[in-house]
Structure formats: structure tokens, C-alpha cells
Design a binder for this molecule. Structure first.
Ligand code: SF4
Ligand code: SF4
Length: 355
């Protein structure tokens, strides 16, 4: 059985607003059959680390909120605190960051709630029937919402190949301990030949897991957050992606299944396929997009949606996978296959173009 994925290209013949396209896509997902008047609906997005400019633009949330407001629901914007040290490590910094990036009441007229509390430890445990996990630790305000509209930026990701809807409802909806659960097989190591002993990585490690003797090395205090990988100016900190990515992706799918359980499948997904950067929006900067802007896609099925977005990127790149080029040891299909196995969607889809 195929899932419907509604797609609207960024190409516009008559200067049609992308905002109208987003509203049309969401309405094709029949939100009135998913959400009910009075529901508290989490609009889950990624507010972008300060300095990054590739994340979902706040203006794209306007049609999302209009659709939800017309249904009489009560939407709020939400995201969760990060595992690594940055501008989104606690709710105070996170709300400052969100405001600076344009996600705030004055721009969008909805409250912003950081879903896992002041320090990222407000969570509830939700049972899942996974291969690796029997329960997941979700951010409490997401688990207690009545439903969720998930707005994701589709882009590359160094651990999972790409990051889309599944990543947004797994890594993005867990508390800090949950993020650690998913990342804990992904411990990096220091390539001693590249390390110059500059000490920069020590400043960014929240777990004090890096020591110098005489060059940097990572101790067993490491939580696998991967922050140090991004800050080393000499790319000396590396990860054995081949050994770790599969486990992280499977755990992500199991966390996504936990979100489906907690919200009783009341979810709709919108993905923005613009500024398709090669790496995560958690970095305080971003690279040149790997392909030209593509458009917007929406579905009730996150597996079909991620597969469709990935296929659209491959098509735009001329038939090969730009993420695979960057991360040759990562097989991004693992997250899709495992999510499918857990019953949260199917990689088989019908792409329906919406003008
Ligand atoms: S930031 Fe990189 S080069 Fe500097 S000490 Fe750490 S591993 Fe070595
Ligand atoms: S050493 Fe481990 S805990 Fe510290 S920043 Fe690197 S990955 Fe994170």
C-alpha cells in the first residue's frame, strides 16, 4: 500500500506565494480528520542554532498556524533542548535563541514552549516494542499535547545521512537523556596525526570527557553528543560512522514510534526542501546547499515523506545521492526500513503534485 505525499515545487509560474502552497499541501492532508477543536497542538520545528541560516524560516509557519487556527485548535511552537553545549542547551538560552531567529509571540502570535523543561530533563517514559528499546523518554510537553504538526527542514546529516521528519520526531522530541540514548553508540575518537593540541574541543565538551596528554584524547565519560566533531578546526575528531549510524537510526525510528504511541497517531508532517544544507541545523553555521531549492511536501506518513524528499534531492542532483557522497559510510535507508518495520509508515509513496 502506498502513502500519499503532496508536493509543491518552489517553481512558480505566476509568482504564487509559497505560503499559499503550504496551506494547500496541509489541507490535502485533511487536518480536520486528525485534529479537533480545542486540541492543544504542538507545532514542532527546529529553531536553528544561532548563526545558522538554513533552518525553517519562521514565515513558513504562518500558513501552518492559520490552518490550525481555522480548525479551532490551540497551537504552540515547540522544540527541545540539545545534548551538546550551545545556544539551545537550556530553556532560557533556547528561548533567547528562538527569539533571535524569529520564532516568538510577536512574529507568529503563538506561545513558544520548550518541551523538555528548564534543563532538558522533563520527560515521560513511553513503552515501545522495539528491537533495541522497550521504552523511550519523550519531552513531557510533547507527550501531553493532543496532536502534533511537524515542520521539518530536509537536509543532510553526518550521523544519519539525512535529517527529515523521522529525525524531527525522534531526536527532536526527546529529552536530553533520550538524545543520549540515541547517540550513545556514536562515540568519536581523536585522530592523533591531525590534532594540534589547540585545546578548543575541551571548551565545548559538556561532559569534560576530553583530556590532553600531550594531544587530545576522549575518555569514557563521553556521551556521544558529537559536539566536539563540529568544533575541531583540523577535523581531527572523527567518528566510526559505519559502526554507530545504524544503531542511532534504529533508535531514532523507535523513538518516533513512541511519539506515535503517545499522540495516538494524531500527527501531520510538512517538510521544507529549501537550503538543503549538507549538515544539521544544530551547527552555528551552514554550508552551501547541496542542490537548488526544491519546494515543500506534506503527508500523514513520515516514512513516505522522508523517502520522497530524499528522492527529490537525488533527482535534483542528477540521479546520485549528494549525502552519500559526503557520508559514504552512512546508509540513510536504515531509519526508513526500521520505521516501516515498527508500523509508523511505509517507504512506498505516491507523489501528488499540488499546484
Ligand atoms: S580541537 Fe581538534 S586539534 Fe584542537 S585539541 Fe581538540 S582535537 Fe586537537
Ligand atoms: S568528547 Fe564526547 S561528550 Fe565530549 S563533546 Fe565529544 S562527543 Fe560530546
Amino acid at each position: 500500500m502506498l502513502s500519499d505525499v503532496f508536493f509543491s515545487s518552489i517553481d512558480s509560474k505566476k509568482h504564487k506565494s509559497p505560503l499559499l502552497k503550504i496551506a494547500k499541501l496541509l489541507n490535502r492532508c485533511e487536518p480536520h480528520t486528525v485534529f479537533t477543536k480545542g486540541d492543544l497542538i504542538a507545532v514542532k520545528t527546529h529553531f536553528g542554532e544561532y548563526g545558522n541560516t538554513a533552518f525553517v524560516r519562521p514565515v513558513f509557519l504562518r500558513p501552518v498556524l492559520e490552518v490550525l487556527n481555522k480548525l479551532g485548535t490551540k497551537p504552540f511552537l515547540t522544540d527541545t533542548n540539545t545534548l551538546y553545549v550551545g545556544m539551545r542547551t537550556n530553556s532560557v538560552d533556547h528561548l533567547h535563541n528562538a527569539t533571535m531567529n524569529g520564532f516568538n509571540y510577536s512574529t507568529l502570535q503563538v506561545p513558544v514552549i520548550i518541551a523538555d523543561g528548564l534543563r532538558g530533563d522533563n520527560s515521560v517514559s513511553i513503552p515501545v516494542d522495539g528491537e533495541l528499546l522497550s521504552s523511550v523518554k519523550l519531552a513531557s510537553e510533547i507527550a501531553s499535547a493532543d496532536g502534533m504538526l511537524v515542520v521539518s527542514h530536509f537536509k543532510g546529516h553526518e550521523v544519519t545521512g539525512f535529517g527529515g521528519a523521522i529525525k524531527n520526531i525522534s531526536m527532536g522530541c526527546s529529552c536530553r537523556q533520550g538524545k543520549l540514548d540515541m547517540h550513545s553508540d556514536s562515540h568519536p575518537f581523536v585522530n592523533q596525526d591531525h590534532c594540534t593540541a589547540c585545546g578548543r574541543c575541551l571548551l565545548f565538551c559538556a561532559s569534560s570527557a576530553i583530556e590532553m596528554n600531550p594531544k587530545a584524547f576522549i575518555t569514557d565519560k563521553c556521551t556521544g553528543c558529537a559536539m566536539c566533531v563540529s568544533v575541531c578546526p583540523h577535523t581531527a575528531i572523527q567518528i566510526d560512522w559505519n559502526a554507530s549510524s545504524a544503531s542511532t537510526q534504529k533508535k531514532m525510528a523507535e523513538y518516533a514510534a513512541g511519539v506515535f504511541n503517545a499522540l495516538e497517531r494524531k500527527l501531520i508532517f510538512l517538510s521544507i526542501i529549501l537550503s538543503v544544507s549538507p549538515a544539521c541545523d544544530c551547527y552555528p553555521g551552514n554550508d552551501r546547499p547541496v542542490v537548488s531549492d526544491i519546494g515543500f511536501a506534506a503527508s500523514a506518513d513520515p516514512v513516505a515523506l522522508d523517502k520522497a524528499c530524499h528522492d527529490l534531492v537525488i533527482k535534483e542532483y542528477g540521479g546520485s545521492d549528494p549525502f552519500k557522497e559526503r557520508y559514504p559510510n552512512v546508509d540513510s535507508a536504515i531509519q526508513l526500513a526500521h520505521a516501516e518495520k515498527l508500523g509508523i509508515g511505509t517507504a512506498g509513496y505516491r507523489l501528488i503534485e499540488v499546484d
